[in-house]
Design a protein around this ligand. Structure first.
Ligand SMILES: C[S@@+](CC[C@H](N)C(=O)[O-])C[C@H]1O[C@@H](n2cnc3c(N)ncnc32)[C@H](O)[C@@H]1O
Length: 234
């Protein structure tokens, strides 16, 4: 049987090109940085290290700033059954093929009622907020409002460490960018998000202070260019 028109390699290429065209340059670099499976494995490792084995499997969990949703797939693979995602980009959410409910919304105004969620997760989203400290304070206030009293937050965000500085230096070398898809995508993402990224990396004490004003830390550590924070709402 002949392949239908929609299945020809040419059409497939065109449809990928169209999808890529509709993404903004930062989004296109983010999609190139890791394969979905690499991302899912990274998220599973983090969740296991940051306490997920102890969370009830029917906890109501929302991944905020969830992008294309591979963190939601990781949660699903770990056996969690009530999972949702929120992201500002309809283009990235459109890439999500899992069963979790995803909502296009700004995390500075969460579309949830008070005290309705058990666990809120953010991985690599807070450093995209345009204004510090105002937007961070507002996002944390919203998270605090949406969480049940015994709820949890988990953040994993970039942090200036010698390792991060080294990775940036390497990723900016043109020869490295030519041979490594990952390094090239990393350098491109950094270029496109430079304003909010530098603003974020430049204020570690302020960020920790705002986090502690909203959440009691249960676990906190910095390593390998990341700030890892798990807390309960005040
Ligand atoms: C670095 S990506 C992280 C995506 C995902 N958590 C991951 O680690 O793959 C940052 C995401 O934040 C989203 N974003 C930026 N500002 C936002 C906002 N105010 N509210 C919701 N999402 C936002 C972007 O659309 C993007 O998908």
């Amino acid at each position: 049987m002949p392949r239908s028109q929609a299945e020809t390699p040419e059409n497939e290429t065109n449809s990928h090109a169209q999808k890529a065209l509709s993404l903004d340059p930062w989004e296109a670099a983010y999609l190139r940085f890791e394969t979905p499976e690499e991302e899912i494995q990274k998220f599973i490792g983090r969740l296991n290290r940051l306490g997920a084995p102890q969370w009830p499997r029917d906890a109501e969990i929302v991944e905020l700033f969830c992008g294309r949703g591979n963190g939601l797939i990781a949660l699903q693979r770990l056996g969690f059954t009530r999972i949702e995602g929120v992201d500002l980009s309809p283009r990235l959410l459109a890439q999500f093929k899992g069963s979790a409910k995803c909502t296009v919304a700004d995390c500075r105004r969460l579309p949830f009622t008070d005290r309705s969620k058990d666990i809120l997760i953010v991985q690599g989203g807070l450093h995209h907020l345009p204004a510090l400290p105002g937007d961070l304070d507002q996002t944390f206030s919203e998270m605090q409002r949406a969480l049940r009293k015994d709820g949890r937050v988990m953040f994993v965000e970039p942090w200036r460490t010698p390792f991060l500085t080294f990775v940036h230096l390497i990723s900016e070398i043109p020869a490295v960018r030519r041979i490594s898809r990952k390094m090239d995508a990393f350098a491109s993402m950094t270029e496109y998000e430079i304003r909010t990224y530098e603003q974020w990396l430049g204020q570690p004490e302020l960020i920790k202070k705002i986090a502690r004003a909203h959440f009691v830390p249960v676990h906190e550590h910095v390593g390998w260019g990341k700030w890892n924070f798990v807390g309960t709402p005040r």
